[in-house]
Design a protein around this ligand. Sequence first.
Ligand SMILES: NC(=O)c1ccc[n+]([C@@H]2O[C@H](COP(=O)([O-])OP(=O)(O)OC[C@H]3O[C@@H](n4cnc5c(N)ncnc54)[C@H](O)[C@@H]3O)[C@@H](O)[C@H]2O)c1
Length: 429
Amino acid sequence: MVDLNTTKSKIKMVLIGAGNRGRGVFGRYALDNPHKAEYVAVVEPDDEKRAIFGAEHNIPESRRFKASEDFFRKNGKIADAIIIATLETERLNIILGSIDKQYNILVEKPLGCTMEEVLKIADAASRFKEIFVVCHQMRYVAGYDIIKSLIKSGRFGKIIAMQHSENLSYHHMAHSFVRGLFNNDSMTPMILAKSCHDMDIMRYLIDKRPLRVSSFGNLNYFRKENAPEGAPNYCLQGCHEYKNCPYDVQKIYFNENTDPAYIRQMGIVKNNQELFELLRHNQFGRCVFKCNNNVVDHQVVHIEFEDGITGSFQMAGHNYLERRITKLSLTNGEIYFDTNEGLIQASTFAPANEEIIKPAGMESSHMGGDKAIMDAFVDAICTGEKKHIITPVEMSLDSHLMAFAAEKARLNNLVVDINEFESECRKKI
Ligand SMILES: NC(=O)c1ccc[n+]([C@@H]2O[C@H](COP(=O)([O-])OP(=O)(O)OC[C@H]3O[C@@H](n4cnc5c(N)ncnc54)[C@H](O)[C@@H]3O)[C@@H](O)[C@H]2O)c1
């Protein structure tokens, strides 16, 4: 049994799911901040990933588990916190097991694959006394934090409308949502898998409840009929179009700017030779026009919030630069933020004034949000002070409702009333 009372300047954690996010982000955090946190156990079904994570964090064999059921059954509470970084298909029982053992919890978004699952989790978590954080790390990004303070200052007046867009780079779209893990709504629709962060940041900045939602969007481009004639199923089977195709795997995965997260999702890949061999047959090597994808490649969502505030959101997967652009119109000013420029332009009408603010600390992964949310989680556990937790589960419930309601609106050509939608979903649990 691990002693939990030694010191609270450093916490002990368990990782469930040592994949891209688990090892690459949450594991990295402990390696970079050994004075704040350490892993004492890991649960991961893949033998190679479990062994590598165990070795990187000096976890003894006896605390490396293949299945969470085993981990919960064999152990009492052996750490201060659990980090859950499995796919969303593997969340519900793991969260309920962690609540049962009274662990502080940080769980990846989205909370589940259906609204019913999310409601079950939110209900269980609302009766829970420990810390429960949903990894909506955008709220912790310095730029959005500054915007929140500008709004709170009152100088800009009341929010009237918000325009927000998520511009996915063409290669991120292809990797994650055409070839990759999140390409099919049999798991999650795009609005949940990717844009639940955007629903969440709109809910957070506007700080009013959403009332009604409408949405349009479709899968326009990544379809079989758009494949070049004669293109093989895999790029590396000798596609004659490889020179012209931006999605050719040699351009996307062997580039000095390739996001390491892309490779981590393929498992443990030791070198480019191994990567090349994998891409001959794994899902990421497929022709982008010949995948089992069905999630949208562009979508708009319109939301009416309390107090008559309107929000509009646009996601598109055809962009050179990956960036989010946010613009708030207020009764005495406007606030504009482009994450690629990394600058906030904030103007008031009276006095007529324009300010340019450069937020600091937006360089590391997810614009600094990943480290910031982990810092807040660890500090809250160490100090017992929850005030820096700005992504508690009850606040995330609305963002999930917005995403699921938007998908219902898109699929059924409806305007969806959020309260009615929540009641309908509650009847099913
Ligand atoms: N917050 C963000 O910005 C952000 C970014 C990317 C992904 N995500 C989310 O993070 C989650 C993980 O994504 P990823 O890219 O790391 O995927 P991944 O497939 O690389 O990692 C998931 C890991 O969980 C393991 N696993 C599967 N079933 C398990 C179980 N029952 N118990 C324990 N481990 C299990 C898998 O073997 C795998 O190693 C997803 O829900 C995704 O939506 C969040």
